[in-house]
Write a protein that binds this ligand. Structure first.
Ligand code: ADP
Ligand code: MG
Length: 328
């Protein structure tokens, strides 16, 4: 498919997406090196950016034009306003987000001069996204075409939301990230499509990654077989700068390789989430899995050209503009 054909899919986004899960404010400071135990070092200016995988995925889907409802919890601190404000700016409906007493979710990130980092995640209000909350928002949650889930929320909550939506005929897309090796059988059964990156895929299925990242010579049929044995007929594996692969046991062509979109990447933080958000938007808009993934390849490549996660996401117009010279 040409860039023109792929990007024309942006004009077809109209569906509704529910995302339930995490929102975090990321506190990032860069220092020459990471401090050792008991040590104090001086770093550069502190940056506060809205993040959290689910919040990012919701923002990405809304920015390209999907109607997105966010479900989750923020705290009673100032970070709550930052998180809700950023999502509202992206066009996400946050009316169903719960306010829980105490701090919002945060991550405290230290980055050294080589880009190596340490991260401490403090779930805060994300831990208050309970099964009871899922029950309380049932009507709104199942009112969308597609549900997006990741694993920054309690597993029983994720499972309850997946079951509820699956039973209501809502398509469920699960991102096994942060990586959990053993997923509850009920969750696997309720989720329609799995999205993982190459490292998550390898660990989940016990498959070695290829030497020299030779993903084109990789035995994707074997991955598909293992995916099916694990419980998924449909999956997407993202490969960073090498693109992605759609696996679909129900399709005539079960392995669909999506080429990477070459860009001058400056920061790939949140690229996986923008990919996921785009697939959610695409599936809600009646695109096939390969069509949605082809579009996601452009949308997430765009995100790699800007700093931060949500801060780097583009609108349909910005993305079209950025790749205008590639259009025939
Ligand atoms: N350097 C890059 N250049 C172009 N696209 C990229 C780059 N890095 C990531 N992407 C896009 O983002 C998607 C997700 O990135 P990936 O690194 O696989 O996810 P994660 O962030 O979960 O590790 C990739 O499949 C690709 O489409
Ligand atoms: Mg990666």
């Amino acid at each position: 498919m040409s860039a023109t054909e792929i990007l024309s899919a942006l004009d077809r986004i109209h569906g509704t997406v529910s995302v339930i899960g995490s929102m975090n404010v990321d506190y990032t400071v860069t220092a020459q090196r990471l401090p050792g135990p008991g040590e104090t070092i001086t770093g550069g200016p502190l940056r506060l950016l809205p993040g959290g995988k689910s919040g990012n995925q919701a923002a990405a889907a809304a920015r390209i034009g999907a109607t997105v409802r966010m479900f989750g919890a923020v705290g009673t601190d100032g970070n709550a306003d930052l998180l809700l404000g950023a999502l509202a700016d992206a066009g996400v409906d946050t009316a169903h987000v719960r306010r829980a007493d105490g701090p919002s979710g945060t991550t405290v990130i230290t980055v050294d001069a080589n880009g190596e980092n340490t991260i401490v995640y403090s779930p805060g209000s994300n831990a208050q996204v309970t099964v009871e909350y899922v029950e309380s928002v049932r009507d709104a949650l199942v009112g969308s075409t597609v549900l997006g889930l990741c694993l920054e929320s309690p597993m029983e909550t994720v499972t309850a939301a997946a079951r509820m939506c699956h039973e209501a005929g809502v398509k469920v897309l699960l991102n096994d990230s942060p990586f959990v090796p053993s997923l509850p059988a009920e969750l696997v059964q309720a989720a329609d499509i799995l999205l993982v990156n190459e490292h998550e895929m390898a660990q989940l299925l016990g498959i070695d990654e290829p030497e020299d990242d030779d993903w084109d010579g990789f035995d994707w049929r074997h991955v598909l077989d293992e995916m099916r044995a694990f419980g998924f007929e449909q999956a997407i594996v993202t490969l960073g700068g090498d693109g992605s692969v759609v696996l679909d046991a129900t399709a005539d062509e079960p392995v669909h390789r999506i080429a990477p979109v070459r860009v001058d990447a400056v920061d790939t933080t949140g690229c996986g989430d923008s990919f996921m958000g785009t697939v959610l938007a695409g599936l809600a808009s009646e695109m096939t899995l390969p069509e949605a993934a082809e579009l996601a390849s452009y949308v997430s490549a765009y995100a790699a050209t800007g700093y931060g996660a949500q801060a780097s996401y583009g609108s349909a117009e910005q993305i079209r503009e950025a790749f205008a010279e590639r259009l025939a």
